[in-house]
Design a protein around this ligand. Structure first.
Ligand SMILES: [Zn+2]
Length: 199
């Protein structure tokens, strides 16, 4: 975030959900809570990893292209998913995908669980959890802790990513209506981290 002598941004707006701007005339705080959904091509030509079409980009071009999104921003995106191109047969086929109504019901049930979890707090959902209360509200088994420790070492996760992964694992458990976070929930949450070779 840009910063000059006249304009100062305090704290971490994405984590805090507010942005405070201070200028000579005074200080003002704006809400900064949002859900970011973003998509990008894997390379300038768009065919890197495509099973059919060939990517013609040079490794340096791909690397430069990916650096257009900074590491700290990538770090704060919880779910990274590779989407393969949709095949024409699937577009014209008769296989029905899950309806939005069914997905909405599943999400609402998970949100209801979170509402009950946070009823005595000023939090609304898992993403609101601060690092201070995560240990208390999301207890992890020894197996889960071991898996996370291994991931920190092998996937070079930051402390921020460590806690964000726990929150995603808790949300996956809520979607499955499970009371406790299991190793499979943590493993799935880790799969949503960006592959190192991609970034
Ligand atoms: Zn390419």
């Amino acid at each position: 975030m840009p910063c000059s002598l006249k304009t100062i941004y305090y704290g971490q707006p994405i984590e805090d959900g507010i942005v405070t701007i201070s200028r000579a005339a005074g200080t003002i705080t704006y809400p900064a809570k949002f859900v970011l959904v973003a998509a990008s091509n894997p390379c300038p030509c768009g065919f890197l990893g495509d099973p059919v079409k060939r990517c013609h980009c040079m490794p340096g071009q791909i690397s430069q292209y990916k650096k257009r999104i900074s590491g700290p921003i990538i770090d704060r995106i919880d779910l990274h998913i590779d989407l393969p191109p949709v095949q024409v047969e699937k577009l014209t086929g008769k296989i029905q995908s899950e309806s939005s109504k069914i997905v909405k019901n599943r999400v609402q049930k998970a949100r209801d669980i979170q509402t009950r979890r946070f009823k005595k707090t000023n939090m609304v959902c898992n993403s609101d959890l601060s690092t201070k209360v995560i240990k208390e509200l999301i207890p992890l088994s020894t197996k889960c802790q071991t898996l996370l420790r291994q991931a920190v070492s092998t996937m070079h996760l930051s402390a921020r990513t460590y806690y964000r992964t726990i929150k995603v694992a808790r949300t996956i458990a809520d979607l499955e209506k499970e009371q406790n976070v299991s190793v499979s929930h943590v493993a799935e949450a880790l799969q949503y981290r960006p592959k190192e070779e991609n970034w």
